[in-house]
Ligand binder design. Structure first.
Ligand code: PMP
Length: 358
């Protein structure tokens, strides 16, 4: 087997070693049952125990109670949520407000526009999303909800705090859920695709306030209705059992470490990489310092023709997954929870030690 790489892919992303080992074991034989995880019935007690424990851990990590919030595991990825939110909660009598902080925030807005009136409340498109947009000084009357993206995976910006919103707040937390302590109770609903922080691709975590669910559009087919999905306990249709199990293993690993330790380590990792970028004259980070993401570090070389040489240098140091998004070019390193301090140090060293003449 090849040695483990320092892997910075932004999703599908690195997973903790214990999750990979737990998955391998469970796929061969789920808990000594003689049946593979890939074959256990989705309506049987073994899978129900997985769902119950995952729900408990999600609520614990977000500091919420099962009385107030429902936990759902859904398919269709982030884009599916972009459509479900307005289908369920955009009223015909009022508009939805969108915070335009980057590519995915805008994709959420464009999808919602299929279903009704939407307003961009603020945007940082004027500066190519190199900083977060300033929260609007006043909000239009009677919005159905506000949607925001806490971490902009492509542009490398991150909201340090969730705002207090007078209308239901919906947050796409796909690339920074459970990476820092947050006031999750400020959200009426938050969601995260699994393939960045939580586990294998194929499932999306949704956490929604129960009182919000009661106000959703009652005339939707069950498959598009959050309330119906909650009533069906995430098994309306056959769920991706193995992807959900991978999330459970990651949640257990997070719970063992505590959110405080995870946040501390995430801050240390990001500090290492940004310090190297700020010191090395061959590189720069285009993101405003007060908006920089702890999770996705976006950077460029001052001379783009040197980028391939840097990629080759990184490969020689066992560093992979740093090629930038096709929209921006340059580089992007995901420092999600499963990326270790040693991984971040290896990248910081490569940035510092790269000499374009060698
Ligand atoms: N939201 C964010 C913040 C993302 O980074 C992504 C994907 N990278 C998505 C939504 C879209 O997720 P999916 O590919 O599962 O539709």
């Amino acid at each position: 087997m090849n040695p483990r790489k320092h892997y910075f892919g932004s999703g599908p992303a690195a997973l903790p070693q214990c999750v990979l080992e737990g998955m391998s074991e469970a796929i061969l034989d789920y808990k000594g049952s003689g049946i593979s995880l890939l074959s256990i019935p989705h309506r049987g007690p073994a899978f129900q125990a997985i769902l119950d424990e995952a729900q408990e851990l999600v609520l614990h990590l977000s500091g919420l109670s099962a009385d107030e919030y429902a936990v759902l595991w859904m398919q269709g990825g982030g884009r599916h949520q972009f459509a479900l939110l307005p289908m369920n909660f955009l009223k015909t009598s009022s508009a939805a407000g969108y915070i335009d902080s980057g590519h995915w925030a805008q994709a959420a807005l464009k999808t919602a526009q299929h279903y009704g009136a939407c307003q961009t409340l603020c945007s940082s498109s004027d500066n190519d999303y190199s900083s977060l947009p300033a929260w609007p000084p006043s909000l239009p009357e009677g919005l159905s909800y506000i949607h925001l993206t806490t971490n902009n995976t492509i542009y490398g910006t991150q909201m340090p705090e969730l705002p207090l919103s007078p209308v239901p707040l919906f947050a796409d937390m796909s690339s920074d859920i459970f990476s820092i302590k947050r006031a999750y109770s400020r959200c009426a609903l938050f969601y995260a695709v699994a393939q960045k922080q939580l586990g294998a691709a194929g499932v999306t975590l949704v956490v929604a306030r129960r009182t919000l669910l009661e106000q959703g559009n009652p005339s939707l087919p069950d498959v598009f209705s959050y309330a119906a999905q909650v009533r069906a306990g995430s098994v309306l249709n056959t769920p991706p059992v193995s992807a959900i199990y991978s999330c459970l293993l990651t949640l257990r690993w997070m719970q063992q470490q505590s959110m405080q330790t995870i946040e501390k380590q995430n801050r240390e990792k990001a500090a290492l990489v940004y310090a190297a970028l700020d010191e090395q004259p061959l590189f720069h980070c285009p993101v405003a310092k007060d908006s920089r993401s702890l999770m996705n570090v976006v950077f460029k070389m001052n001379h783009a023709e040197q980028e391939q040489a840097f990629l080759n240098y990184c490969t020689s140091k066992n560093i992979e997954g740093i090629r930038g998004h096709r929209l921006l070019g340059g580089f992007r390193a995901a420092l999600y929870n499963a990326v270790s301090l040693e991984d971040a140090a290896a990248l910081a060293n490569a940035i510092r030690q790269f000499n374009h003449k060698t």
